[in-house]
Design a binder for this molecule. Sequence first.
Ligand SMILES: [Zn+2]
Length: 318
Amino acid sequence: MSKGFVSFAEVKQSVTMEAVLSRYGLFAALTRKGKNLAGACPFCKGGSARQFQVNTLKNAWYCFGCKAGGNILDFVAKKEGVSVHTAALRLDSWFELGLMEEKPRAEPPAAPAEPPPAVSVEEPPAPKDLPTENPPLTFTLKTLDPCHEGLAPLGLQTETIEHFGAGYCGKGLLKGRMAIPIHSPRGELLAYAGLAIEEGASPRYLFPPKFYPPLEVFNLHRLEEAGDGDDPLYLAPEIWGVLRLYEAGFTRALGLFDGSLSPEQEEAITGALSLREGFLLMCEGFEDRTVARLARHAAVSLISGVPASPLMRARWKD
Ligand SMILES: [Zn+2]
């Protein structure tokens, strides 16, 4: 199939999640409750038998195991291991949608992959029945060791690790990882993220099964204690970037979890920006659409220097 232009919106309108799941032989194994389908996740396969959720009304899916979700394009892209653009072309072909148009414009000869689609600033669909709030945690991890030699590969100073209340976790779900507390904007402890210590480990972050990252922005509760001043606000695509920024002297820093932006996170960051000068410095590693959406609220500058994880993948997008 030659490369061509296909409207993502038209593909999304033309094919249902049920049809996509049926094509993969996955539909029959899901149980229906109203507009929702639930079952074992076709990607991570483990965990609860209901962790994979589909909202047929919104044509969206989410897995509480992989913490991944999106629309039919995201599903096919993940299933096939291809870009969203290629997923759209495959859906066009499989379901004989006839939506693909040959682009009159010549493509650059040495393009490494499909040209990136125009960045949309649409907000992602929020499947119904997803959590709207993360409840406070009822316990704290008391044995986290910020000085543990096993943390050395992370390249962080002990003082930084202590500042964030983090440390090496020797037991339980996050065993062998650095546990980093995540707080609500009011400072309530909500969860610990387990950052993998070895580079290339997957998943890079492990969250408790009931915790829903798209509702939170890391380090938001510390923004006020970071003090006033003319410093702009920094935003890192993941937690580790906030720790690196702190180490580099930037205390007014917030973090997302995988470079993607939920409507809740967008609102929280917008609120934080209004207290500042409206300047937002974004580290490397964000999805293009995340940058585009935040650029509606702030004067955004992209900075390099706090490296992003190569493991971060577009999630929860479109
Ligand atoms: Zn999964």
